[in-house]
Ligand binder design. Structure first.
Ligand SMILES: [Zn+2]
Length: 125
């Protein structure tokens, strides 16, 4: 079996995830008290709405939480990657893919709202 140099499997996908990704992902899900920011179910995954900041730096730190990284449940994570909501960049498949502006707004607004609800709830308890 021959493999082309540009074969997608030869790309370095690991640059999407820093060494402390597990910690970042945990903090991201903790930011909404482990609620999915779209539907309120248990957040099991951290979604990248994009992979790089405007300056091209890889989003691999805590600043990304709530701005480009969002806690989602399994089902909403699938929806987030549906072609209707997600744009693939064939020239840069590792770092160029991102959500549509419309879906990004849903994520961002959902995160703000979910966070607020969780904060209010913890004040009452
Ligand atoms: Zn969900």
């Amino acid at each position: 079996m021959s493999r082309n140099k540009n074969d997608i499997q030869d790309l370095d996908w690991s640059i999407r995830y820093p060494e402390n990704w597990r910690e970042i992902s945990w903090k991201c899900r903790e930011s909404t008290n482990f609620k999915c920011c779209l539907c309120g179910d248990k957040a099991t995954q951290t979604h990248h709405a994009l992979y790089t900041y405007r300056d091209g730096k890889v989003i691999a730190d805590f600043r990304g939480i709530g701005s480009y990284l969002f806690p989602l449940c399994d089902d909403c994570h699938k929806i987030a990657h549906h072609p209707f909501n997600y744009r693939k960049d064939s020239k840069n498949p590792v770092l160029g893919n991102k959500n549509s502006p419309r879906f990004y707004k849903l994520l961002r607004d959902g995160w703000l709202k979910t966070r607020k609800i969780q904060k209010k709830f913890s004040n009452v308890m």
